[in-house]
Write a protein that binds this ligand. Structure first.
Ligand SMILES: NC(=O)c1ccc[n+]([C@@H]2O[C@H](COP(=O)([O-])OP(=O)(O)OC[C@H]3O[C@@H](n4cnc5c(N)ncnc54)[C@H](O)[C@@H]3O)[C@@H](O)[C@H]2O)c1
Length: 244
């Protein structure tokens, strides 16, 4: 029957691809997203359960996690892919609202989702695996993305703390840190050749990632083959973090 796997941001590019891959390996997938229609489209396609979840909101997260457990049983896997960039701008002029909005989704959201799912996994006593979607930007600055990169660096810290604190329950917590990936989040900027070219030039393997580059690694971290791996933030970046 596979495990119950919850994917936040499951209606989006990366989350949708991972939800699809988890279903293909036999997991019973809960597709959780702020955009319920997007979640329902993915869930319908893979035979999963769609739930509305605003990761910024304590009650919304608890309600969605409760519905997942109530309908499908104990959660074995969480992939937390919900995230936003929230525009771009230099730190000297970035509006405070933009900074707060990104932190609310990417940091508060990671805290609330990890806490809620970690709690039900610990209570069930069966262990589990949590995979956060970070960003190569959490390690490497790009002009105009400081607000986003700060939020992902905080996500990395939460990943490590959760790994340490949940290890006694047999729950592993890791993250993957992609460089740029072709998804609806990046479609707008990557459609502009003047933007795309310098992004590709930073990547030694000379191409933007696709979701197919990410999903197998997330599935590996979410499997027993990674039984002794916890607290890592794994770059999937075509070598971008090597610098040039
Ligand atoms: N695409 C990239 O280049 C790239 C690179 C590195 C990291 N990431 C990270 O990967 C993750 C997924 O990105 P993507 O490219 O698939 O983006 P996307 O915009 O295609 O999908 C993100 C999903 O998150 C959902 N979401 C947004 N706010 C939410 C909230 N408050 N509560 C619940 N769901 C919410 C959206 O509705 C959307 O379905 C994000 O965390 C992003 O930061 C993306």
């Amino acid at each position: 029957m596979g495990q119950v796997a919850v994917v936040t941001g499951g209606g989006g590019g990366i989350g949708g691809a991972i939800a699809t891959a988890l279903a293909a390996r036999g997991d019973r997938v809960v597709v959780a997203d702020l955009d319920f229609a997007a979640a329902a489209r993915v869930a319908d396609a893979i035979g999963g359960l769609a739930v509305e979840m605003d990761v910024r909101d304590h009650d919304s997260v608890r309600g969605a996690v409760g519905k997942a457990v109530g309908e499908l049983g104990p959660i074995g896997v969480l992939v937390h892919a919900a995230g936003v960039v929230g525009g771009a701008g230099p730190l000297l002029t970035l509006p405070l609202d933009a900074f707060d909005a990104v932190l609310a989704v990417n940091v508060r959201g990671t805290f609330l989702v990890t806490q809620a799912v970690g709690e039900v996994m610990a209570d069930a006593g069966r262990g589990g695996s949590i995979v956060h979607i970070s960003s190569a930007g959490s390690f490497q600055p790009t002009v105009g993305l400081g607000h986003y990169e700060a939020s992902k660096a905080a996500l990395n810290a939460l990943t490590r703390s959760a790994a340490l604190e949940l290890a006694p329950h047999g729950i592993r917590v890791n993250a993957v840190a992609p460089g740029p990936v072709e998804t609806p989040l990046t479609a707008g900027v990557l459609a502009d050749p003047a933007v795309r070219a310098p992004w590709v030039a930073r990547i030694p393997l000379r191409r933007i990632a696709t979701t197919d580059d990410l999903a197998p690694l997330v599935l590996l971290l979410a499997s027993d083959q990674a039984a002794h791996v916890t607290g890592t933030v794994l770059p999937v970046d075509g070598g971008q973090l090597l610098g040039s």
